[in-house]
Design a protein around this ligand. Structure first.
Ligand code: NAD
Length: 354
């Protein structure tokens, strides 16, 4: 029986890197029945929404999806499809590995860390009050009454909830992930001294859970200090456990440590569903020109294969990517080369077969 996988190519460079990834995964010989579902700007005019219900229904049916990046127009009033997907499917944990790669010169040669990001709460829950709206005015009044704090009349407001339920499941997930993947240390990033009741709660739950998992080292670090240390001694970190916003920001920082967004893979996981996608966005500046590096999405595809239980194929794809990088002859412009997206995919397929 082939594995049923929903493919959401996305927009911008999404279709290019999705096509490359699909070709590589098919070349592994693992039987995958792809069901392609469009979302994002490609369907907005036709269907009046960027995330049609049928996309969610199909992912629920297949349980597993591979997704290209999708544009979120700034200030358009449209909710990010990426954030909506994570909420609708309750994909509460993002896993984003960053490892130094052969043939990719960077400042540090021995980085091997994984960001585990809480994906559903925090400032990304979408609780927004537009400046001067009746709702914002009512909220300002309520906060003045409850907390004695006067928010300026011309302020927009975004709310940052972090719950015990939400924190507990991501913290437990992180410890289980560490144990299952031979990771020794978890560093929890926070700003609990300023945000006592949100980050403070996240930290408290982390400490409590750490008591139950003594086989994994647990350390806590303020997010500003963590950012600085990551740029000076990234090799000293193993698993980074972060609330949503910090996880988003530090994922890109960690991608930068090992060669940039063109290489950074990721998974969004919940109890029931899993959506694999690169860390990068739709890169409108290079879309449609065959310039995009497909390796971030191909490596997300390897994570998907592992999730499907196809470990040998996952390892083969990872090795083929390493091989292409090490040889250095075929690479896209972000890595200093002049190859196209599909030439890189072809090289990975040849390395797979070799
Ligand atoms: P981006 O990741 O799209 O691009 C940042 C820079 O990295 C650009 O210069 C781009 O050319 C380069 N880059 C990204 N991926 C690359 C690749 N595979 N190969 C070569 N170069 C690559 O970030 P952005 O410009 O801030 O965002 C563009 C759009 O993507 C926004 O609408 C944003 O909301 C969206 N976005 C979507 C996702 C997602 O779908 N999960 C994630 C991040 C951003």
């Amino acid at each position: 029986m082939p594995h049923l996988v929903t493919l959401v190519p996305g927009d911008g460079i999404g279709p290019e890197v999705s096509d490359a990834t699909r070709r590589v995964l098919d070349a592994t010989g693992v039987g995958i029945e792809w069901v392609v579902e469009e979302a994002g700007s490609a369907v907005l005019d036709r269907e009046g929404t960027t995330l049609p219900d049928r996309v969610l229904e199909q992912i629920r049916r297949s349980r597993v999806a591979l997704k290209g990046p999708i544009t979120t127009p700034v200030g358009s009033g449209f909710r990010s499809v990426n954030v909506a997907l994570r909420h609708e499917l309750d994909l509460f944990g993002a896993v984003r590995p960053s490892r130094s790669l052969p043939g990719v010169p960077t400042r540090y040669a021995d980085v091997d860390l994984v960001v585990i990001r809480e994906n559903t709460e925090d400032l990304y829950q979408g609780i927004e009050f537009e400046r001067a709206s009746p709702e914002a005015n009512a909220l300002r009044e309520e906060i003045r009454r409850l907390a004695g704090i006067q928010i300026r009349e011309d302020a927009g407001v975004t709310v940052k909830p972090i719950s015990v339920t939400g924190a507990q499941r991501i913290v437990r997930f992180a410890f289980e992930y560490a144990r299952a993947n031979g990771r020794r240390k978890i560093t929890l990033g926070h700003k609990a001294n300023i945000m006592m009741f949100s980050d403070g709660l996240f930290l408290r739950i982390g400490r409590e859970e750490a008591e139950q998992h003594r086989d994994v080292i647990f350390e806590e670090m303020q997010i500003d200090q963590l950012s600085m240390r990551l740029t000076r001694e990234p090799e000293t970190f193993d698993v980074l456990l972060l609330p949503n916003l910090y996880g988003d920001i530090l994922s890109d920082l960690c991608a930068g440590l090992v060669g940039g967004l063109g290489l950074a893979s990721g998974a969004n996981l919940g109890w029931e569903y899993a959506v694999f996608e690169p860390v990068h966005g739709s890169a409108p500046d290079i879309a449609g020109q065959g310039l995009a590096n497909p390796l971030a999405m191909i490596r997300s595809g390897a994570m998907l294969l592992r999730h499907l239980g196809e470990r040998d194929a996952a390892v083969a794809v990872e090795r083929a990517v390493d091989d292409v990088l090490e040889r250095g002859a075929v690479r896209t412009a972000d890595l200093g080369g002049a190859s196209t997206t599909s030439e890189v995919a072809d090289a990975v397929i040849i390395a797979l077969r070799g």
